[in-house]
Design a protein around this ligand. Structure first.
Ligand code: DC
Length: 207
């Protein structure tokens, strides 16, 4: 079984994907990590993130070890990722790896922005996880505060809106809900309720 989970930043898709993979005994790939690693490598090498040729070369040379960096989960890497993710060459370099991962038995849950639309258009189940920008920003701010990082809510909200705008309006595989995806709005749901709703979608959606 292949489950595609897409949606904007901080809507809860990562948590849902991890829990679904555990529940169904599937592999899990956080595809954002690939773009984060490319952005981080480019920044560390002093390369121009807006240069499609340099970005494509870094993407083609990406190795599994490049993903083993705790810093990649942070806010800065998310911003770098969103910038390199606009390049068609970068996206093309990552397609085979993601598809091979999805097809490897026993199947997988992949979360990202273009899984249901571009990477796995034939996925057994597609879920588009979303939530209001204000609730997403509040969750991110609370997470950071819990780690002792005092970042203002307004700044997080502005970053989220900027990322939504860039991810949804790029020409290469923009963030959008696949026609056959089920929308899961987590605005009023806690993590447990969101997971229960995701399970219900999977159970209804595959045979
Ligand atoms: O899911 P995330 O926050 O780790 O993603 C970081 C950025 O990477 C996101 O803003 C856009 C890009 N991305 C993408 O374009 N396609 C994906 N499948 C996953 C992430």
């Amino acid at each position: 079984m292949i489950i595609a989970i897409d949606g904007p930043a901080a809507a809860g898709k990562g948590t849902i994907a991890v829990k679904l993979a555990r529940h169904y005994g599937l592999n899990h790939l956080d595809t954002g990590l690939l773009y984060r690693a490319i952005g981080r490598l480019m920044a560390d090498q002093g390369l121009d993130l807006d240069d499609p040729v340099a970005a494509g070369a870094v993407a083609r040379a990406l190795k599994p070890a490049d993903l083993q960096n705790a810093e990649l989960r942070g806010r800065e890497a998310g911003e770098l990722a969103s910038r390199v993710a606009v390049h068609a060459d970068v996206r093309a370099a990552l397609v085979d790896f993601q598809r091979d991962f999805a097809r490897t038995p026993p199947g997988a849950v992949l979360d990202g922005r273009d899984i249901g639309t571009a990477i796995c258009p034939d996925a057994d189940v597609k879920i588009f996880v979303t939530a209001s920008p204000e609730v997403r920003a509040r969750r991110r701010t609370d997470e950071l505060n819990a780690k002792g990082r005092d970042v203002p809510y307004e700044r997080i909200l502005a970053e989220i809106l900027e990322r939504d705008e860039r991810d949804s309006h790029r020409s290469a595989a923009p963030l959008r809900q696949a026609d056959d995806a089920v929308r899961l709005d987590t605005t009023a749901l806690d993590a447990e309720a969101a997971f229960a709703a995701a399970i219900a979608i999977v159970e209804a959606g595959h045979d």
